[in-house]
Design a binder for this molecule. Sequence first.
Ligand code: SAH
Ligand code: SF4
Ligand code: F3S
Length: 472
Amino acid sequence: MKRSECRVPQEEIELQRDFIRKVKEINHGVLKKYSVQTFGCQMNENDSERLAGMLYEMGYTEAKDIKESDVIIFNTCCVRENAEVKVYGHLGALKKLKSENPNMVIAVCGCMMQQSQIVEHIKSKYRHVDLIFGTHNLYKFPEMLHDALNSRETIIDVWESEGSIAENMPIERKDGIKAWVTIMYGCNNFCSYCIVPYVRGRERSRHPDDIINEVSMLGRNNYKEITLLGQNVNSYGKDLENGLSFAGLLKELDKIDGIERIRFMTSHPKDLSDELLEAMKDCKKVCEHLHLPIQSGSTGILKEMNRKYTKEHYLELADKVKKTIPDIALTTDIIVGFPGETEEDFDETIDVIEKARFDMAYTFLYSKRTGTPAAKSEQQVSEETKKLRFEKLLEVQNRISKEINDEYLGKTVEVLVEGYSKNSPNKLTGRTRTNKVVNFKGEIKLVGKLVNVEINKVQTWSLEGEVTAVYS
Ligand code: SAH
Ligand code: SF4
Ligand code: F3S
């Protein structure tokens, strides 16, 4: 069924604005501090920016040290077990702080909270938590915080299924040059290992007008780069009546003044259309980088994963991408140790890495997620085997990444300057259109500008060089 109206009604948004005013009153205009800790993907980062925006309007500023916070939020992820373990560690550590400062509000939200067994666990083992909410009602945070400030009980509000999309909520972005723009929520694909469709609901696309308005505003506010986010951006618009396709959306966004670069993630190989590749080629601002997760190189494992493509199909696609858009960087995600993965299956993955020649691969050890079909398999791979395969994969991929980077030596590349480098603080850092990190000497006034850098040193993860020209 297509949706003609996808937004949360304006009265609902106004109601939240009232709660923003009420929380401000409770705090008597005294400036308070917040801390938002984010786990997981960029979509969670973007959600946290919205939480920060609402907190800012309620009179809170970001705490330098979590200990001085009046409100602490953990925006959680459950895609792999280690993301969850980290959250429990942080929550445990806060018990003492909460007993010293009982007025502090500790909130937990995000993907983990969409699972009832996790909410139960937190309720019984982490009783110092004041507020629990899920992924579908983030926009109601002012109301929930208001209730938590007025109650001694733990406030719990988790919606089982998705609602409409809330527009025009406040936002406090982390960066002033690059911005995340979520264009769709949820996922319909149900890859057999993945928890995301269960915790993020079905696909819902934002109305193109809302996205165009947001990006135009970013352009006016001196943002230079946007990254469009969705679990599978290739199916953007399919749920909307008279909606644009993703390629159509890119063409509209390409016209927006001020924005110099457009990126997006993630694309599912089964939905990568020729129309999209043509749009990538034609739109000047769309960068030459495609993140196209393969997950495994074995057709048998891909079938078990419910990915709906074969090894051969993926390789043909990779070839087409590289032919259509010369010099494009191709990156991927790979899971090692999916249930039933044999040495032969793993060799197929290595073979694909050698053939597709990814610029970079994000590699994960398979993690059993309760509620997903793969978790029920009796053919789980041992941790030891997973680790051995992981290391082998990394070794092959690192060699290829370095070989690809070597081709940059002596070339001049366009870099968007982001700020000082964390690893070498006397150098500036930025990225090429192909998403390679470049470090170079330069003055702070270059931040936010596009510059040309001639590459004179190459490493596996980054490039180095000297500025030869400055634009915009
Ligand atoms: N929607 C995106 C990304 C989803 S999560 C996509 O389809 O590409 C990001 C990555 O986490 C996935 O690409 C996958 O490689 C990995 N992942 C998801 N579930 C996992 C699990 N149970 N164990 C290990 N890695 C997993
Ligand atoms: Fe998970 Fe697959 Fe959806 Fe990506 S496409 S979020 S891996 S179910
Ligand atoms: Fe994690 Fe949720 Fe993103 S499970 S990867 S934070 S969609």
